[in-house]
Write a protein that binds this ligand. Sequence first.
Ligand code: GDP
Ligand code: ZN
Length: 362
Amino acid sequence: MTERAWDQDAGVVIRRITNYYTVRYHGEDYMCLPRARLKKEHVRIHVGDRVRLDELDEGNKTATVAEVVERFNLLPKPAIANVDQVVLVFAADQPPFNPLMLDRFLVLVAQSGIASAIALNKADLVSPQVRAEMLAPYRELGLPVVCTSAMAGDVQELVDLLENKVTVFAGPSGVGKSSLLNAIEPGLQLKEGEVSAKIQRGRHTTTFASLYAIRGPHGDCLVADTPGYSHLDFGTMEPKELGWYYPEMTPHIPDCRFPDCLHRGEPGCAVKERAHVPDTRMASYLRFLEELEANQARLASTSLKVEGKVKQSGETKLVKIDASARTASRRLDRQRLMDFDLAEEADLDEDLEADDLEETEE
Ligand code: GDP
Ligand code: ZN
């Protein structure tokens, strides 16, 4: 992963409450309002944004957000900008290690274009040999992999991984995400299970993601307080795309005889002939492939039905096909893990966007 060199003089937005932003700047938190011009120009400010500050009051720890530095990515719902990595937290046991789910997360994170790392927690529950076997396929991929035990306070490797980065923790519940954060920074005092708790959002209580700032020896670690990825569906990905999210396969894919090869026994498949894909990884690949094919079939049958209806009703057909197809694909999109939050919140989120606009138009 490329290190991003930020302007040393930019702060990071770590929290938002209505129009107040908490900005971490040189290891201190400042309460900030955005400059009026930003509101007028409808410049959005998200948690994770790098911002330049003005009117800095060191005593009262207040400032004005003068400018937002161009962001390099934005995870939606809840929005977090400039995410450097997703650390996939899995337990070695209790719940049992689940390579299928880990592979699913890896594909989905890769799809969003963000780097993954793996933390195998509850390392105290299995022997070093068992851990090594579990992690071998992922070490081979060159992914950053660390073993931790939140219980034993063994978290140093993870801390090293987090330093100077914005990180989102993801993974099944019960694997120890909150425990890990507490072990890293006892001051956070998260309730166990808190990181994976559903974000409560009523109509009038808008919650935004926030970042925990953990002071490291060489800079802050910023960790999102959201589990993010909660929908583990691939959405509208095409079956032939899947192989591109398996780094063991990618160098060989261009050499397959058929451009739409699914690497499932087609003649002249270079992946089959030359790629070294561990058994568990191949099993997950084949399983996800079936799922993508089923999604596609479902989508195709939806659009066929729509077309049928439209033919009978005559005039408005183009518009109708359009709208229905869009709804179908939106529904799928909403299920995507990349959507980053709970589906039922999508509508609330649209309200939120509207509120935001009203706010800026005051
Ligand atoms: P989360 O849902 O991922 O946030 O998981 P929690 O942090 O709530 O932890 C779930 C359970 O696992 C709790 O009972 C923890 O005490 C336990 N736990 C967390 N980390 C470890 C660990 O490293 N080793 C062991 N043996 N148990 C752990
Ligand atoms: Zn192939």
